[in-house]
Design a protein around this ligand. Structure first.
Ligand code: SF4
Length: 383
């Protein structure tokens, strides 16, 4: 084994883990961990000799036991509309995409959690590539590090990166521990200092893990709904067979009640002739109104309408503009705010649902899907 593989990559650790590493492995004081965390995440430093407020002896010790290894950028492309995409290499044959989307007064980074995805949602570009593996904490927070350095982001001062959405490649709740640890660094003052509600985790509906997320983290929750009834949703999001809409909505109610006063966002990708008809809007209104009643809060459910972004080989299409407007109007008439997400980064394929990367598909998707759900079932039974 080479020295590199035995050294602790400090990007793997949140504040608690870094403190433990300093105390248990280095025999140092906790506050030294805080200094190093700031060097890494505020000043984007990757060598210990640059950490000038640490003594020479500590820097030598750090060098011997640890490293700061950021994933390699393979490709870096700005869009004419200010969107910026990075293709980030995770190992020899795999890469994921990270996208920064600036908007009025805010900058949102869309972060990936897995190389590929096993859930096989029928309208998703990532799903066509299969699944390889979970990303490590370092590979997840490394995406934020790369964007923050590029943007010259300084937490609490020059804040260009204001929001993170875990909506890139992968189902984040299937990589729970690594994602929660990375989100803890995003929200830590010694990390990226983002408020809880500015970090959003988006799930296709892993019901038991939504409950666990509610217990262990305070981030905003978004749910990829895409259909208002089980028959249609099971076609579009196969996970719905295991966790149907009623169970999913109950889990969302429990999450919202636990985070008093926080709304849950439901994402609805509009596909031509599939889920864009007046009856779908009616069902959707009924579903979300029931959610508001259960949470006992007006507008507890937020809805985002996302016109489908076609990609090569898909059988789905974007609805015509008037159909999108009519769908939105029907929701508005029922008293719901239903923004239609603008397509951004079209010229660099950075639009939602177009994150591609390069995935060395390790398994047959269905087998991997079943395996992950089986593991999930075992974890539930043990809980
Ligand atoms: S929509 Fe999300 S959960 Fe579904 S296949 Fe794509 S990346 Fe996976």
């Amino acid at each position: 084994m080479t020295e590199t593989t035995t050294r602790q990559n400090l990007l793997e650790l949140d504040r608690e883990g870094l403190e433990l590493f300093f105390v248990d492995t280095l025999g140092e004081k906790r506050f030294r961990a805080h200094q190093v965390m700031k060097w890494i995440h505020h000043r984007h430093v990757t060598t210990f000799e640059e950490m000038t407020d640490l003594g020479k002896a500590l820097r030598t010790k750090l060098e011997a036991h640890s490293e700061i290894r950021v994933p390699a950028i393979q490709f870096d492309k700005p869009s004419v509309d200010g969107t910026h995409k990075w293709l980030v290499g995770m190992d020899g044959s795999n890469a994921i995409e990270t996208v920064f989307i600036p908007d009025k007064g805010r900058g949102t980074l869309c972060v990936s959690s897995q190389v590929g995805c096993a859930l096989n949602c029928q309208f998703c570009s990532t799903a066509t590539q299969g699944f390889n593996r979970n990303l490590s904490t370092a590979e997840i927070i490394g995406q934020v590090w790369i964007a923050a350095r590029h943007l010259g982001n300084v937490p609490h001062r020059q804040r260009k990166l204001t929001n993170v959405v875990m909506m890139g490649m992968g189902e984040p709740l299937m990589n729970f521990d690594n994602v929660v640890r990375a989100m803890s660094v995003m929200r830590d003052d010694l990390g990226y200092g983002l408020a809880n509600k500015r970090v959003t985790l988006s799930t296709a509906g892993m019901v038991p893990m939504i409950d666990r997320l509610g217990e262990e983290s305070d981030v905003s929750l978004a749910v990829s709904l895409h259909a208002p009834n089980d028959e249609l949703r099971t076609q579009l999001v196969p996970l719905n067979k295991k966790y149907p809409i009623a169970e999913l909505m109950d889990a969302c109610v429990r999450y919202a009640l636990r985070k008093k006063g926080e709304s849950v966002t439901f994402e609805y990708t509009l596909m031509k002739g599939v889920n864009d008809q007046p009856e779908h809007a009616r069902e959707l209104v009924a579903l979300l109104r029931a959610f508001d009643r259960a949470v006992q809060m007006k507008d507890a459910a937020k809805i985002n309408l996302i016109p489908f972004n076609p990609f090569p080989g898909t059988r789905y299409a974007r609805p015509d503009d008037e159909v999108i407007r009519a769908f939105q109007k029907q929701l508005n008439s029922a008293g719901m705010i239903a923004p239609v997400r603008r397509t951004r980064g079209d010229d660099i394929d950075a639009a939602c649902g177009q994150l591609k990367g390069q995935v060395a598909d390790r398994t047959r998707r269905q087998a991997e899907f079943n395996k992950q759900l089986q593991a999930q079932g075992n974890a539930d039974a043990a809980a």
